[in-house]
Structures are given as structure tokens and as C-alpha cells.
Design a protein around this ligand. Structure first.
Ligand code: FES
Ligand SMILES: [Fe+2]
Length: 388
């Protein structure tokens, strides 16, 4: 495999020591260089925990859904034994995807030659294999991937030796305790693909600065870019976060649609009147208000496309007390997502231009600097010293 250009790697390593207030954006090659992309796949996406959905998609034994991550074809299944697993969806006979879409089943029957698997991945039966000297049923199970759950989210890891998910989330848990994520439930779901390298989607999902332009007619009114600030921490670099104070015009009034809803006693005043955006590296983000949570998970679909999975969560009591909330919010949520998708599409179009150049970052984009530092660390780059 070729190595990424030295200059690009050197630029990345500079973020580790630069003051965020003197940082520029990534150079355009960071989004187009194939060697860097290959390195990101190996050092990040094949090593880290990636969100593939919610346990509530498969509440009953036998429920399943299929999802692709990188080049892996996954079958996420609530087994007849009650265990949720991520299995390889590739038949152990001659590679046919065992199942498509989602549903509920007692067993999976491959559509090609009818090999039949239990929901734990073990092979139950294979027709007309008697006489083969190499066929051993016990050696033909569907392989599984690491799968662990955090606050109702299902995460997989392609690295069998990765540390447990909950270790990774320990610090985030402390910052998120008021938000009671464990009690949230999904009322809207989206799955799509955005044009552009995955880092464009990532960057767009960790700052409120773009509310001044891209979302000025949607959420830019209630959460104006000018009210952005960067909370302290975390010290371990496991995530980055930003808050944005609501515009005064949107606070108070008996029935204002953006008043905090549901059970509010766990929230601080800061929580009640700010939007809170938490981006957990490498590719999982939540844009929260008290008792509502718009989450997204990204994975690369090639260097210049990004798979996007996401949903809108509310706490159980909001779901009960506001049964129409999905309908009420749907138009706004889809519009905001559309605006974000449009941005990454436009950015992707111009990244190869000979005149595309890095630009200075705003103080409101400190989260991007944290993201670039994460990239540099993950790609094995050391902090640049004065002599370098
Ligand atoms: S490929 Fe599945 S049974 Fe042949
Ligand atoms: Fe946005």
C-alpha cells in the first residue's frame, strides 16, 4: 500500500501542538488522497466501535436486519436464545448473502442452495452434502463480529481484540448523565448516503457555526451560531463537544414548541437552555436538547461517499405525553438533514480543484481541531517537535 504524502501527514501532526485559534482546516487532499483513505480504514474503521443501529429495531427473538459497514455484510439478529449478535451475512457454501432487508424468522435459509442457519449463526442443515469428504457442519457457522450495547445503541467492532465499548464510553457517560440516554426511544429513523468523504459529514456534525449560513432558515433561529461555546474537557480525547445557547426569543411562553419537554428535574439550567452536540470518535454524533436527541452514525462507502444512519430519540414520557411529536418534528428534521447533505455534496464537487485551499477556522470550530488531533493520534502521528 502506498503511504500518504509526507506533507499531508506532517500537516495532520501539526494539529497536535498548534493552538486551536491558529488552526486552518484540513487541506483538500485529506478528503481525496487514496493512501490516506486506506490508512483511515485500517487504523480507524477496522479498529474502532461503530454504531449500527438500536436494540429497539429488533426487540423480539428472531428479529433481524441487514447492514453494510465498509466491505462487510452484516446480519444483526436477536437470537432465539435471547442474545443480540452481529453475524456475517455471507453463506459458508458459496458466498450468497443469506438474507436481505429485515424481518423475523426462526431460521435463515440461504436462497441459493438452501443451507439453513440457526439465529446464532450455527449451521442447522445443508441439503445433498452427504458424500462430501470435507463437509463438517460444525465448521460451517456464520462468523460473528464483536457487538456491544450502549444506551440502547448497537455498536460493532471489526477488531476482535478491541477494548470493550463501555471502557471507551466511560468519560462520555459522565458528561451525559443528566440526559438519561438509557430512557430514550426512537420515533424517527433515517438511512441514506451523503456525497463526499466521511470527514466532511463528520465535521458538519460537530459544530454550530454553520447555523449562521446553512441552517439560517431552519434551526439557525433557535440555536444561533453566535451563541456557540466550547465546554471544558474531556481530557482523554474520546469525544468532542459544543454547546449553543438558545436565542432568548425561543425561551419561555406557555406553549412554545421549543420549550424543554418531559421530565426535567435531572437537567441543569445550562442543559435546559442549550443545544448540546457530542461527537464520539470516530463517527457517532448526537445533537441533544433535554429529552430529545438527533443522532447520526457515519461510515465510509468508498473515499467519496458516506453511509449515514440516524434517528430522532425522545424520552419515554415525551413519547407518551406528545404522541404526535414525530409528525410535528418530521418536516423540520428532514429539512435540516437535507441541508447538511447538500453541503457535503457541494464540498465533494470542488475538492479536486487546483485552487481549493485550506482556510482559517473560527473559534467556534474548536471541535474540528479535536477531531483532527484524534485523526493524527489514530494514524500514529507523533506530536511535532520544534526541531522537526
Ligand atoms: S451459497 Fe448459500 S447455500 Fe449455496
Ligand atoms: Fe447541520
Amino acid at each position: 500500500m502506498n503511504s500518504p504524502p509526507n506533507e499531508l501527514m506532517s500537516t495532520l501532526s501539526e494539529y497536535l501542538s498548534l493552538d486551536p485559534l491558529s488552526c486552518y482546516s484540513l487541506p483538500p487532499e485529506a478528503y481525496t488522497d487514496l493512501a490516506l483513505y486506506a490508512l483511515e480504514l485500517d487504523a480507524i474503521f477496522r479498529k474502532e466501535w461503530l454504531c449500527v443501529g438500536r436494540a429497539e429495531y429488533i426487540p423480539t427473538r428472531g428479529d433481524y436486519y441487514c447492514i453494510d459497514i465498509l466491505d462487510e455484510s452484516l446480519l444483526v439478529v436477536h437470537g432465539q436464545d435471547g442474545v443480540i449478535r452481529a453475524l456475517s451475512n455471507i453463506c459458508r457454501h458459496r458466498f450468497m448473502p443469506v438474507v436481505q432487508g429485515s424481518g423475523n424468522t426462526k431460521r435463515f435459509v440461504c436462497p441459493y442452495h438452501a443451507w439453513t442457519y440457526e439465529t446464532d449463526g450455527s449451521l442447522y442443515a445443508a441439503p445433498f452434502m452427504k458424500g462430501s469428504s470435507v463437509f463438517d457442519k460444525s465448521l460451517c457457522s456464520l462468523p460473528s463480529y464483536r457487538l456491544e450495547t450502549w444506551c440502547g445503541f448497537l455498536f460493532i467492532n471489526l477488531d476482535d481484540d478491541a477494548p470493550p465499548l463501555l471502557d471507551k464510553m466511560q468519560t462520555a457517560d459522565k458528561y451525559l448523565v443528566n440526559y438519561r440516554l438509557n430512557e430514550q426511544t426512537e420515533i424517527m429513523h433515517y438511512q441514506t448516503e451523503w456525497a463526499g468523504n466521511w470527514k466532511l459529514s463528520a465535521e458538519n456534525s460537530m459544530e454550530y457555526y454553520h447555523h449562521v449560513g446553512l441552517h439560517k432558515d431552519t434551526v439557525g433561529g433557535q440555536l444561533p451560531a453566535k451563541n456557540t461555546y466550547l465546554p471544558a474537557g474531556p481530557d482523554d480525547g474520546s469525544f468532542t463537544h459544543e454547546r449553543c445557547r438558545m436565542d432568548d426569543a425561543y425561551i419561555g411562553g406557555e406553549d412554545h414548541p421549543f420549550n424543554p419537554m418531559g421530565k426535567l428535574d435531572t437537567f441543569s439550567d445550562e442543559d435546559l437552555y442549550t443545544g448540546y452536540m457530542v461527537y464520539i470518535f470516530p463517527a457517532f454524533t448526537m445533537a441533544m436538547r433535554p429529552n430529545t436527541n438527533n443522532w447520526l452514525s457515519f461510515s465510509p462507502a468508498g473515499i467519496s461517499n458516506t453511509r449515514v444512519l440516524g434517528g430522532y430519540l425522545v424520552s419515554g414520557e415525551v413519547a407518551r405525553e406528545h404522541p404526535n411529536i414525530a409528525e410535528e418534528r418530521r418536516e423540520l428534521i428532514l429539512k435540516v438533514n437535507e441541508e447538511d447533505a447538500k453541503a457535503t455534496t457541494e464540498l465533494a464537487k470542488v475538492m479536486m480543484s487546483s485552487k481549493a485551499q485550506r482556510g482559517p477556522l473560527s473559534p467556534f470550530e474548536g471541535t474540528l481541531v479535536e477531531f483532527y488531533r484524534y485523526l493524527a493520534r489514530s494514524l500514529g502521528l507523533a506530536e511535532k517537535t520544534v526541531d522537526d
